[in-house]
Write a protein that binds this ligand. Sequence first.
Ligand code: SF4
Length: 391
Amino acid sequence: MSLRRRSGQRHLGGAMAEARVKGWCPGVWRPMASGDGLLVRVRPAFGALNKDKLLALCTAARRWGSGMIELTNRGNIQLRGVAEDGWPGLMAELERAGLVDKTPEQEARRNIMVAPDWQPGDRTEQITSLLLDRLEDLPELPAKMGFAIDAGERPILVDESADFRVECTADGQLLVRADGRTRGTPVDSPEAAVDLLIGLAHWFVDSGGLQAGRMRSHQLPLPGWVPEQAESAVPRLPLALGAHQSGAVYGLCFGQAEARILENAVAASNVSGIRVTPWRRFLVLGASGAPVNGLLSDNQAPELSIDACPGSPHCEQATVQTRNLARTLAGSVAGRLHVSGCSKGCARRQPTETCVVGDKGRYSLVFHGRADGTPDVSGLTASQLCDYFGV
Ligand code: SF4
């Protein structure tokens, strides 16, 4: 990996200096090496950033990274292109903005997705707050495991990656549900929900779940103290782009935007901050809904039906460009399109109508499958691919 070096580097001692650059599980404490430098992922508490924090993040993205900001499919925010020797300075800046956990362990445990339209004082906020206070009571879980706090009238995170969920029944009863199970356990208070989440996490570890890796794959029957008694209310759809009762929802093409575009989105004096979502869109609290240059606000925009990972040169595993090609193909391919730099398929795990996959500098096509599926067509150059779709 070649990492750009920057002048004016800063050195931090103590715990920060002990953190090591790892090739996995990106966080602020553990950035991940990528083709264009380090990837630094911030996990906003409650899925929320007030305006000051978002502006601080944008400034940091420009000063220490490429200036690009990405929303991940777990509702986190990541900065790209950070030089290895710039990382301590970035850490210090993010710490001043209140965006860094005290320890890497705390950051790793705080894997909590929150329904983005929670309201102050509602049960989603209460449960998230209680769980944050009890992070140290959780066992050590695999890095990808996490919680979805989704206790509104109808759940909205059911299709998103999480292992332990809090939802509501159709008659408003709180419910704790293990991922992969259709029914959950009713509880009578936010405190009881958090007790049960923690108990379930310990049961997962103690009953050999680490071998399975995720709750959904852990086939052992749940213990008797987690009866699968009730179903959640019918889920609702992800937040639509446009006006929302708390502001306005905007989309990011491929989940990515320049920092200055996000700054523009929150420039109005009545905007108080944002809520991140796992759907490459964010809710701007207090926004009027006026279009913002560089952001999507049309629910029919062709970019919304395309997934594309960063590809070459941003990812070391990619041998082809992805996003420029995806823009070229937008609107010319029927159904959902996934352009993946390699068969890992980071941008989308589910099957798509058309999946374009990079392979040794050429492109393969998988129809009605995933990036790791058997190709239906192989060995196309970019121009042959465009010819194939008549672009
Ligand atoms: S799918 Fe492959 S090329 Fe794309 S980001 Fe993931 S590892 Fe990199």
